[in-house]
Design a protein around this ligand. Structure first.
Ligand SMILES: C[S@@+](CC[C@H](N)C(=O)[O-])C[C@H]1O[C@@H](n2cnc3c(N)ncnc32)[C@H](O)[C@@H]1O
Length: 359
């Protein structure tokens, strides 16, 4: 591959090709912001439920301005997010468009991810400042949409995998959970993973812990609304600061790499487990080398890691800054430094890997 120099000859075809790629990304970034507007105003849901209709009917159904909606529909039809029918100037959604853009809770619905990205654009000045200075940026310092967007993004994957695949992949965990186990969910955020497990295993008690007080309040509210207060406890506390011990199972979902001191946190978790306890560590899927991760999933996770995960770690003591693409080898090293002796990959999906660690 040629590298840049002032005297290097430009290949106009390659310039055009590369500019074309960037134009695609620019189109995508505009489509996402408009998609967020469609999500928040209920336009997608109205189009899905009303069925094929014109802009005026849809404006009425969704309660939005008709003129703006006409421009929005033009942009969305051009992006392939909705369908345009020229013969009668109507619009509709295919079942696939409806699921990905409007079916809250469906594993293929991507609106949570869209919301997370919009939250990053909303505070771009802070992102530039931190990137330049190298300062940390606390998890709680992000736009509020970052927290619910993260939860909306991760929850469908947990709904599909956690109870049916990930827990059964751990040695003996389900039998303990059915009988009655004590479980910690550390860095639980809004508590979706905690509540899913609590619903599936009513004989067990689940302690959701996170140092972000607003998320813990949200988790408590959700527990009340879903009638799951009997076997859940939510506490605002750091991963190294909780006092409870005697856990049969500890889980960390997409949070260890966000911590400043993942070794210290994993050590504290190990000390809080029973001698035959298990740590289930769920982390973004990644290969061990940068070259392994130069694909779409790697691009997305390295981006989130630049904006959120690495600065979140830097904002805490130690500030190890593992990053969201640490890979199994590096994560296993962290766990061994923390005193875990047996570490293995128990399961994986397109976006996550699940490591089982035993004291
Ligand atoms: C990417 S979010 C994941 C949240 C949740 N586990 C989920 O999967 O939706 C990372 C979470 O880790 C929490 N966190 C980061 N560092 C922490 C620490 N040192 N102690 C406790 N929680 C921490 C953050 O507050 C945040 O809720």
């Amino acid at each position: 591959m040629d590298t840049y120099s002032e005297t290097a000859e430009l290949d106009p075809r390659k310039v055009e090709q590369f500019a074309g790629k960037i134009m695609q990304d620019i189109g995508g970034s505009m489509a996402l912001l408009l998609s967020y507007m469609g999500d928040q105003t209920g336009v997608y849901r109205a189009l899905r439920d009303t069925g094929r209709c014109d802009a005026g009917t849809l404006a009425e159904a969704a309660g939005v301005d008709r003129r703006y909606l006409a421009e929005w529909l033009g942009a969305q039809a051009a992006a392939g997010y909705v369908c345009h029918h020229e013969e009668d100037e109507t619009f509709s959604m295919t079942p696939e468009q409806a699921i990905v853009l409007a079916q809250e809770g469906h594993p293929a619905c991507l609106q949570g991810f869209v919301q997370m990205i919009v939250a990053q654009y909303a505070t771009y000045e802070k992102a530039v400042e931190v990137f330049r200075s190298g300062a940390g940026r606390a998890w709680g310092d992000h736009h509020a949409c970052c927290f619910c967007g993260t939860d909306r993004f991760f929850r469908p994957g947990y709904m599909v995998n956690l109870v049916d695949s990930w827990l059964p992949a751990l040695d003996g965990a389900v039998a303990k959970l059915e009988k009655g186990a004590k479980v910690a969910d550390i860095g639980c955020g809004l508590g979706s993973s905690t509540l899913l497990m609590a619903k599936a295993f009513p004989n067990s008690v689940f302690h959701g812990m996170d140092f972000h007080a607003a998320s813990i309040e949200g988790a408590r509210r959700e527990a009340e609304e879903t009638g799951l207060t009997a076997n859940t406890r939510f506490t605002a506390v750091t991963a190294k600061g909780y006092d409870e011990t005697g856990f049969d199972l500890a889980c960390v979902f997409d949070a260890l790499h966000d911590m400043g001191d993942p070794v210290g946190a994993a050590r504290h978790i190990r000390e809080s487990l029973k001698p035959d306890g298990t740590l289930m560590l769920v982390e973004p899927i990644a290969g061990d080398r940068l070259a392994d991760n130069l694909n779409l999933i790697g691009q997305i996770f390295y981006s989130a890691s630049t904006l959120v995960c690495t600065p979140a770690s830097r904002a805490q003591e130690v500030g190890l800054a593992l990053g969201a693409q640490a890979g199994e080898k590096r994560l296993a090293e962290v766990l061994r430094q923390a005193g875990f002796t047996r570490v293995r990959r128990a399961a994986e999906t397109a976006t996550n890997m699940v490591l089982e660690a035993r004291p």
